[in-house]
Every structure is written in structure tokens, then in C-alpha cells.
Unconditional design. Sequence first.
Length: 206
Amino acid sequence: MPKREATSAAERLAALKARANRCEQCDLFERATQTVFGAGSATAAIVFVGEQPGDVEDRQGEPFVGPAGRLLREAISEAGIDLKDVYLTNSVKHFKWVERGKRRIHDRPNREEILACRMWLDEELAAIKPKIVVALGATAASVVFGASARVLRDRGKWLDSPFAATATVTVHPSSILRAPDPAAREQARREFIADLRKIAKRLSAK
């Protein structure tokens, strides 16, 4: 991407982030600490789209910095993808949670909340123009591909999406952390990295 075009994309993302920081399109802003906008290269070849920020992300204001995010970043590197070529974001920019004791537990966003936040993802991807979009988990898959998408059925397949010429879906890294035992977690992690290696191979062929 030419330098001026790259600068323009970065400026556009910065302006979007400033606007999103004031977003009150749905009620989620009332209980969230802050908007958690996407982060990464404005000229990223690959955009990973998750569901929503978690507790750690909500407090720090950065996407994918909690346990699932660390796993994702490690897996991306292990798959041979340069993190400098990656942009990380979520379908929903505010943390939706329920209180259990002293803990704030993730609560899945509903359709109205997802639709209210759709404009931010639309504009992020329009600014970046990635070569590949990767949906992580069911909520992201429904946003990127529509309600008919199914993570386990469609993972690893190249699917049609309005967001990029090449798009696919895989599990959200949080699902790996929820596996019932160490052996299951290790197997899920290997399968996840295999999905990412397929993405890396597709990118190298472009």
C-alpha cells in the first residue's frame, strides 16, 4: 500500500476510534468501563474478528490482551503469521457482563447490541481493506457471513463475505481455554493452529 494511502487508513481508524469512544448506540456503554476499539496495523493483510472484549480488555482498553488474546497471539505467531500484518477487533466494542460474586462474567451480546455496533466493524474493514478476514466464534461468524454460518461445520472453509475477497471462520480462542482437561485443550490448540496455518498459506499465495 502506498505511503499516503497507508497514512490515510491510519488517520481514518484514529478518527473512528475517537468517535467510537463516545458511542451510545445501545445500553452496553452504561456498564462498560470504556469502548474497546480494534488495534493493529492500518494496512493489515489479515483482520481477526472476535465477539466482544472481556474483563481484562474492558479494564485496559485494548482488544485480545486477556488469556484468550494471549493464546491467539501465540497461535498466530506459531502459524507463521507476522503480527505486524494483523489487525484485531471485535463485533461488539463494549463488554457485556453479569456479576457473580466479585467477578464480572461474560454475557453474550444480543442481536440488537450486535446490530448497533455493526457500523464500527463496517468502517474498520472499509479503512483497512484486508486481504483476508477471519471470524472467531459464532457471534463473529454471524456478523461476517450471516446467520446461516456455523463454526464447526464451516471452520477452515473459504466463504463468501462482503468484507473481503477471502474470508473464513474458526473457533474463538476462549473455547480452547474452556476445554475440559489439558489433553483436550492441547488438541483444540493444535486444531486451531492448523486453521491459522491454512490462512497463512493462503496469504502467501496472494
